[in-house]
Design a protein around this ligand. Structure first.
Ligand code: SER
Length: 318
């Protein structure tokens, strides 16, 4: 049987990009998403179905030799507030199932299945902190953050179990800050105001920001996010018990961003009207992340300034 890579949530902001990246690395891919694919790549086997379909996931693992999993199917933070029941099923239940199947099949075939899980700054809280380190969690205040933390811990636990029997799961995870893409405008998240504001400026549309001007959050560009995933997944051995790492490129406030955009697009206008649902979440997430562990264990590197960061993104969108 040929080795295959499973990608869940292939239509999403990160999933769609990682799929292309893995195709360029000549991997054979099975890709699943609840929505149909927008543009199909010939070599990819697409499945339009829900990650909640237990029998389907089971049969994918039983009938294929899955050696790597990239699990992006999720309900984002603001959508999770609106639909907590579904978010627990998808973000927790389906993720644990996937980990279990990956583990069981790898044990049966006596190898280590690499598993990538995208975690989030939502695991931090309940107070906003500066330069959060991986161990700085007290208690996530959102249902989304709680689920992310639970899966981080579950994956890390199965990883340890696998290590002791030398087969099963090689679990690796990154806590992402807000991700800024060039060709998609995400919604359903708390950090999504930033890509939305950038795209509005480019289209000369007024933007009504749901966060206060002083709200400070960390961000990363989609290219750097993809680079980080590929880099982490390709490190032969992570010489640490830590399985989940911080990454960020830059931190800025909503006002910092609007100032840079107004300078570039003088007719662009922004209003700030705090929405409690968004503000109360952003106020518990860190304003910046300490990335020294990523730098130490898998050579993550970055150095950017706000203006260059935004300019690069604007150039790519144009
Ligand atoms: N960017 C995500 C959100 O805002 C956090 O992981 O929901």
């Amino acid at each position: 049987m040929n080795k295959k890579v499973l990608v869940t949530g292939f239509n999403g902001e990160i999933g769609s990009k990682i799929l292309k990246e893995l195709v360029s690395l000549d991997k054979q891919i099975i890709a699943i998403d609840v929505n149909d694919s927008k543009g199909k790549i010939e070599s990819v086997k697409y499945i339009k179905d829900s990650i909640l379909n237990y029998d389907l996931i089971k049969s994918i693992f039983e009938t294929n030799f899955i050696t790597e999993v990239y699990h992006f199917a999720a309900i984002l933070s603001q959508s999770a507030i609106k639909n907590p029941g579904l978010s627990i099923k998808v973000n927790e239940g389906a993720s644990k199932n996937l980990i279990d199947f990956a583990f069981q099949n790898a044990v049966k075939r006596n190898f280590l299945c690499k598993f990538f899980f995208p975690s989030s700054i939502a695991v931090y809280g309940p107070r906003k902190i500066k330069c959060a380190s991986e161990q700085d969690i007290i208690k996530p205040s959102t249902i989304y953050g709680h689920s992310k933390l639970l899966v981080e811990q579950y994956g890390s636990k199965i990883h340890e179990k696998s290590k002791s029997i030398d087969s099963g799961l090689d679990f690796r995870s990154i806590r992402f800050p807000g991700v800024i893409s060039f060709d998609t405008i995400p919604s359903g998240g708390t950090t999504d105001y930033a890509p939305q504001m950038i795209h509005a400026a480019l289209k000369n549309q007024h933007f009504d920001c749901k966060l206060s001007p002083q709200t400070n959050l960390p961000f990363i560009s989609i290219n750097k996010a993809i680079y980080s995933i590929v880099k982490l997944m390709n490190v032969k051995k992570i010489d640490s018990t830590l399985r989940v790492f911080n990454v960020q490129e830059i931190s800025f406030t909503a006002k910092d961003l609007s100032d840079v955009l107004k300078e570039k697009f003088p007719i662009f206008t922004v209003s700030f009207n705090k929405d409690k649902k968004f503000q109360s979440v952003a106020d518990t997430w860190p304003s910046s992340l300490n990335c020294s562990m990523s730098k130490k264990y898998w050579n993550f590197s970055t150095e950017v300034h706000l203006k260059e960061f935004i300019e690069k993104i604007i150039e790519k969108i144009k």
